[in-house]
Each structure stands twice: as structure tokens, then as C-alpha cells.
Design a protein around this ligand. Structure first.
Ligand code: F6R
Length: 608
């Protein structure tokens, strides 16, 4: 989704802004631009449709030594991807970059047209820029004009604004769209995503909703919505350069798949102890008595985060009697007339911590007085700050748009929460111990899958890469695994792939099966083995191209069988999921797709 960068200091602003935009590329975008200004108020505005490399070509003929500027990567909302719609927008004396959506832009446009503004783009951002410009004409400072304009605006924004007559300051503001300000001696960096600040400074200020600030070479002056000065809290940025580089891998996605044993160790560290049977997430801010009283758990997320909650929900149900799990897709829940039963806790699951729909659910649940706990990766993100307590999954930067290591650690974190519930409620100790042992063994088991299955899966991917349709099926915990496997494949390969509960096949989806599609069937050697095998027989009878992913040695009739040998029983779906991640990756590579930045997708979905 859109990305913002800004700089004021004594270094070359074009270089810093371009490096920042490259760091933000992973978020997904369709055009980019930068604007820099010199002391004589001469500006250089460059924009391009397509990749940042296109913008770079434009800069090559327009190099300047300016030390202040703003930049943007745009993911189209209002208006097609084009140079004309790319940010920064210049209108009157104002330059602006904006993430988010201005909902009342059409009303504002009518007012501004009466004031003789003519618009060159289709964007809501240009209208906000004009509104600021019209107020700037009557204001003493840019801060006053921006603040006045934002009072007339309905919607979400993270903005960085400059005026053509003042190369000494950049005004920034946020409402519902993240903005981070990095500070150092004589310079200030602005970014919508911490990755753009790495290597420049590790001293950062995470802006809060409603705040507005003035960035100058002296630092950041911050104000709240009532224009009162706010004491900015400077925090240490925990990201390092290593974590945002490919480190020899062809793609971030592959690197992140292979990082899972380590990222999982980081998730588990200090949270389980197989020797003592201990499972605890610090930071939940929930006492044992409160845990004991919980009867309902809402688990809310979008996409992969939702599927992680779905899978972990099965685990909680197995671990604890008397707790009802309510899984919800955030974009649905936020508009439903839903009832929250007494004794409910809500788990808000999000890698980025910025997903608009998930955040909206959090706001609504908090309004209703529900205890909300975050399961978040991005440190300092909005969801992480707004929840009552929670757990960081600690997988480090996840750069590839398709989520892999975050999924595994989200499932594991929520399962540890389930273990805490089970312990507080005095549930079966033996089962708790089994889960803790399996969690402890999981990183090594994933390593084994990566070491032993990669070649086989790559070959398989070659064989099936030319199909255009796929179905993924599984039962029980393998049903969410099927949903996630299908999502991963469709996101990066563009093969239409759908996940189904195996038992649902004959209620409709089996009608799809023909020679043009393949089926991925997850089958675990457990109490549902025979039932899953029957489903396989049913689809084979219809001429399916079945690929089975299984932990059994028993004979299974299928076009291809990937056998994962493991001593796990409960967490085996997470191993099967690693196989599907590898499969999706290699299919996408064979098809020549942009694996890390699949078409139309964004890493952090900060608008509805
Ligand atoms: C799938 C994927 C998306 C995200 C979803 C939620 O690979 O990346 O489905 O899982 O957009 O994002 P977060 O977890 O940041 O809230």
C-alpha cells in the first residue's frame, strides 16, 4: 500500500528519499515520486508510473543537491495508476504526499472549484493539497493551514506537506495511517514504515492519531488535535539492516520461508519450558483469575492472519473445555450486528498491526468494553499500541507481500494463549505437556522439512505450474491449512485456487473436478485418516490430478504424494503448510511472476 518518506537535514535529499522508496517497494505500489526544494525555493518534482526504477531513470537527468524533500509510492485508490495521479501533488504553493482516503473529497472539490482551483489529477490528495493552499493564503504558518484543513476532512490520512516558500520545514500529520519520525543530530527522517528509516537512525517517534508536527533540522515539534504541545516519546528502532535484505536468497519470500525455524525460536523464546510444563505470554496484562473466567474467545484478522486464528482456534478447542471460539473476518465483523457474550476476550491478529478493517474491529470492541489482546508482529504499530495487552510474534521484518513466517508464529502464539487458558482452568495436564513438547520440537521439525522436501516440491511445482485451477482440501486442523495453502498459491501464482473442508466436497465443489485442475489433499494419519482417504478415493474416481501431502507411510493412491515424516501429532499441519509455501513459491517462479510483489496486492492494507 502507499508509502511516505521525507527528509530534512544536510545530506542529499534525493538520495535519501530514493533509498527510502526502495525500502518501501515491498508494500506494493504502482507509481512513485519525489519533490525536493532548495534554499532559493526552487523545487524539483519528479514522478513516474511503475517501479521506483522508472523514477530513478528520471532522476538521472535531474540530479540536484537539495537537502529537504518528500516522496511517495502510490497504490491507486482514486484514479488509475499514472504519472498524473502519482504523488507528490503540487497545487498552489503546496506539495503534499498522502496515505489513506479522504472520504468527503467530492464536497471539498466543489468548494475549491468555486475558489478557482483546477485539478490535474483524479486524486483526493490533490484536493487536500488545494484545501491547505487556500487556508495557507490566510494563515501565518503552514502548520496552521494544515491543521485548519484537517479539521474539515473526513477520512484517514498520514501526510507530509511542504510549502514552496519555506524549505525549512515539513509538516506531518496522522489519523488512521501510520507515520514515524526518525530523529538525529541536525536531521529528521519521515516514513510510513520503519524499514525506510533503518540505517539512518534508531531513534524514532511513532506518531499517534490526531497528532500534527513540524519537522525541521532542530527536530520534531509535536502537537495534539487541540494544538497543545505533546512531549514526543523517542523509542529505539528494533529493526536491523540484515532483516530487510535478501541475504543471498533469490526472493524475500524464499528467505522468509527458510527463516521459519529461527523466527519461531524467537516467538517461543521465554514463553514455553518443556521441563516445567510452563507456557506464558508476558505482556497480556491478564491475571490467572481473569483467564479462568474467560468463556468466549473472539479471534479476528484478515487473510492469512484470519486463517492463523482459525487453525489456532481448533487447537484452543482441543485444549480447553468450556471455551467457545468465534473466528471472524475483520471486514465482515465490523459491519455486522454482532453480540459479544459476557466473559469474552478478543484476540486481534495482524502481522503489520495496521490493517484498517482489523483496527476498526479493535476500536468497536474496545468501545464495548471487551478486553482486546494483540497478536502482532510490527513493533510500535497502531494495533500493538491500541490493544489492552498482547503478544509480539517477533518474526522480524516480513518483506514479501505473501505472509509465511508470520502465519506460523501467529498460530503458535495463539496456541500458547490456549495453553495458558488450559492451565488457568485446570485442563488435562497430559495434553498440555504434549503441546509444549511439540512446540519445542517444531523449529527442528520445520528445518527437517526444508532440508528433505525442497527438491521434491520444486519438481512437483514444475509439473503443475501450467494448470489454471486448483482445489485444496483438508479436515479438522487441515481445513484452515487448506485455506491458507490455497491463498498462498493464488496470491503469487495467480492460479485460481480454493480451499475446502474435505467433507464439503460432495456438497458442491466436487462438480469442479476435471482434467484442467489439480487437487492438493492434506491427509494426516490420525482418527480422521479413513474419512480423508475416502475423499481422496472420491476425487480420484472423477479423474483428479491429486497431490497428497501426508505424514503416513500407508499406501495412498494419488498422482503425487509428498510424505513428511515427523514425530509431531498435533502441530503437523504447520509442517504441511511449509510444504505448501514451498510449492506456491516454486510455481510462481516457474510462471515468471513477481514473487515478492504480486500484482494488485499490498503488504499492509491500511484502507478498507
Ligand atoms: C496473505 C497476506 C494477507 C494478510 C492480510 C492481513 O499472504 O499477506 O492476506 O495476511 O492482509 O494482514 P495483517 O496480518 O498485516 O493484518
Amino acid at each position: 500500500m502507499c508509502g511516505i518518506v521525507g527528509y530534512i537535514g544536510n545530506k542529499n535529499a534525493q538520495n535519501i528519499l530514493m533509498a527510502g522508496l526502495k525500502r518501501l517497494e515491498y508494500r506494493g505500489y504502482d507509481s512513485a515520486g519525489i519533490m525536493t526544494l532548495d534554499e532559493k525555493e526552487k523545487s524539483v518534482l519528479l514522478r513516474a508510473k511503475g517501479k521506483v526504477s522508472e523514477l530513478e531513470k528520471r532522476i538521472n537527468g535531474n540530479k540536484v543537491e537539495h537537502t529537504v524533500g518528500i516522496g511517495h509510492t502510490r497504490w491507486a485508490t482514486h484514479g488509475e495508476p499514472s504519472k498524473r495521479n502519482a504523488h507528490p501533488h503540487a497545487i498552489g504553493d503546496i506539495y503534499i504526499v498522502h496515505n489513506g482516503i479522504i472520504e468527503n473529497y467530492q464536497d471539498l472539490k466543489l468548494i475549491l472549484e468555486q475558489r478557482d482551483y483546477v485539478f490535474k489529477s483524479d486524486t483526493d490528495t490533490e484536493i487536500l493539497g488545494a484545501l491547505i493552499d487556500s487556508l495557507y493564503k490566510q494563515s501565518e504558518t503552514l502548520l496552521e493551514a494544515v491543521s485548519g484543513a484537517l479539521q474539515m476532512v473526513v477520512g484517514a490520512y498520514g501526510i507530509a506537506v511542504m510549502s514552496a516558500d519555506n524549505p525549512e520545514e515539513i509538516v506531518v500529520a496522522r489519523q488512521g495511517s501510520p507515520l514515524i519520525v526518525g530523529v538525529d543530530e541536525g536531521e529528521v527522517f519521515i516514513a510510513s514504515d520503519a524499514s525506510a528509516l533503518v540505517g539512518h537512525t534508531d531513534k524514532v517517534i511513532y506518531m499517534h492519531d490526531g497528532e500534527i508536527g513540524v519537522c525541521s533540522r532542530d527536530g520534531l515539534e509535536l502537537y495534539d488535535g487541540d494544538s497543545h504541545v505533546v512531549r514526543a516519546q523517542v523509542e529505539k528502532l528494533e529493526l536491523d539492516v540484515q532483516s530487510i535484505q535478501k541475504n543471498g536468497y533469490d526472493h524475500f519470500l524464499l528467505k522468509e520461508i527458510y527463516e521459519q525455524p529461527d523466527s519461531l525460536r524467537a516467538t517461543l523464546s521465554g514463553r514455553i519450558d518443556p521441563k516445567t510444563g510452563y507456557a506464558k505470554l508476558g505482556g497480556l496484562n491478564v491475571s490467572d483469575e481473569q483467564l479462568r473466567d474467560i468463556e468466549h474467545v473472539f479471534i479476528i484478522g484478515c487473510g492469512t492472519a484470519y486463517y492463523a486464528g482459525l487453525l489456532a482456534g481448533y487447537y484452543i478447542e482441543k485444549l480447553v473445555d468450556g471455551v467457545t471460539i468465534h473466528n471472524h473476518i475483520a471486514s465482515e465483523l465490523r459491519y455486522r450486528s454482532f453480540h459479544v457474550p459476557e466473559s469474552t476476550v478478543a484476540l486481534i491478529v495482524s502481522q503489520s498491526g495496521e490493517t484498517a478493517d482489523t483496527l476498526a474491529c479493535l476500536t468497536e470492541l474496545k468501545r464495548r468494553g471487551v478486553t482486546c489482546l494483540g497478536v502482532v508482529n510490527a513493533v510500535g504499530s497502531t494495533i500493538a499500541r491500541e490493544v489492552d495487552g498482547g503478544v509480539y510474534v517477533h518474526v522480524g521484518a516480513e518483506i514479501s507481500v505473501a505472509s509465511t513466517k508470520a502465519f506460523t508464529s501467529q498460530v503458535v502464539s495463539i496456541t500458547i494463549f490456549g495453553l495458558m487458558l488450559a492451565q488457568a482452568k485446570g485442563a488435562g495436564l497430559q495434553l498440555i505437556d504434549e503441546y509444549i513438547e511439540e512446540l519445542d520440537a517444531l523449529p527442528k521439525e520445520i528445518t527437517k522439512v526444508l532440508e528433505t522436501k525442497a527438491g521434491e516440491v520444486k519438481k512437483l511445482a514444475k509439473k503443475y505450474a501450467s494448470y489454471d485451477h486448483a482445489v485444496f482440501t483438508g479436515r479438522d486442523t487441515l481445513y484452515p491449512t487448506a485455506l491458507e495453502g490455497a491463498l498462498k498459491l493464488k496470491e503469487i501464482s495467480y492460479i485460481q485456487s480454493e480451499g475446502y473442508a474435505s467433507g464439503e466436497l460432495k456438497h458442491g465443489p466436487i462438480a469442479l473436478i476435471d482434467d484442467r485442475m489439480f487437487e492438493v489433499c492434506y491427509i494426516q494419519d490420525n482418527w480422521l485418516y479413513e474419512k480423508s482417504q475416502s475423499n481422496l478415493i472420491e476425487i480420484n474416481a472423477r479423474g483428479a490430478h491429486a497431490i497428497v501431502i501426508t505424514d503416513t507411510d500407508k499406501r495412498l493412491s494419488a498422482e503425487a504424494v509428498v510424505r513428511v515424516s515427523t514425530r509431531l501429532r498435533h502441530l503437523t499441519p504447520l509442517l504441511f503448510n511449509v510444504v505448501s509455501q514451498l510449492f506456491a513459491y516454486h510455481v510462481a517462479v516457474v510462471r515468471g511472476n513477481d514473487v515478492d510483489q504480486p500484482r494488485n496486492l499490498a503488504k499492509s492494507v491500511t484502507v478498507e
